[in-house]
Design a protein around this ligand. Structure first.
Ligand SMILES: [Zn+2]
Length: 173
């Protein structure tokens, strides 16, 4: 298995410049799009890539460990080199995971913000009656709907980065 550093080097030396050239000539992007694409690809290179399926094995007291920490449950669900390493499908699993995580954080934030003492019983009750669940989900969808263009750029960068990761994994096996 190529080490993480090989993925980082290849992405910085080949994937990023090639991606920017393709983006530039095929889509005539704005500066904002270029910045969003670059930052998304860098995040994909360092954190949000198919190797999140081994997040639980990363040393917790390291920079990588801290960045990987929110994805430990992801690595419980997906075995190494399984669905996580499938093109498109793997990216979608990570996006859905991130979406779910954001949603849960929103719920907890709402609890903290409203001054309600956090209790598991009240959280369970709220979820059961769907009040917070539906409102927050709708708010989140409405928010995401206004940012469609950004989401498309970010997702494209993730899929593009994952393609490089998967190909490199296969080539260096
Ligand atoms: Zn891999």
């Amino acid at each position: 298995m190529p080490r993480g550093k090989t993925h980082i080097k290849i992405n910085l030396v080949l994937a990023l410049p090639m991606g920017l050239i393709i983006l530039f000539f095929a889509f005539k992007p704005t500066l904002t799009t270029i910045i969003i694409f670059t930052l998304s690809l860098l995040y994909n290179t360092v954190v949000f890539n198919p190797d999140l399926d081994i997040a639980r094995y990363v040393k917790p007291l390291s920079l990588k460990g801290i960045l990987y920490f929110p994805f430990i449950p992801y690595s419980w669900i997906f075995r190494h080199r399984g669905i996580s390493h499938a093109l498109f499908v793997g990216t979608i699993t990570r996006l859905l995971y991130l979406f779910l995580l954001t949603f849960l954080v929103c719920i907890l934030w709402q609890f903290a913000d409203s001054g309600i003492t956090f209790e598991f019983e009240s959280l369970a009750e709220t979820l059961k009656y769907g009040k917070y669940n539906q409102n927050h989900l709708l708010q989140l969808f409405a928010f995401l709907n206004t940012k469609k263009y950004i989401l498309l750029t970010v997702t494209s960068a993730f899929v593009y980065g994952d393609l490089w990761h998967i190909v490199l994994d296969r080539c260096l096996d």
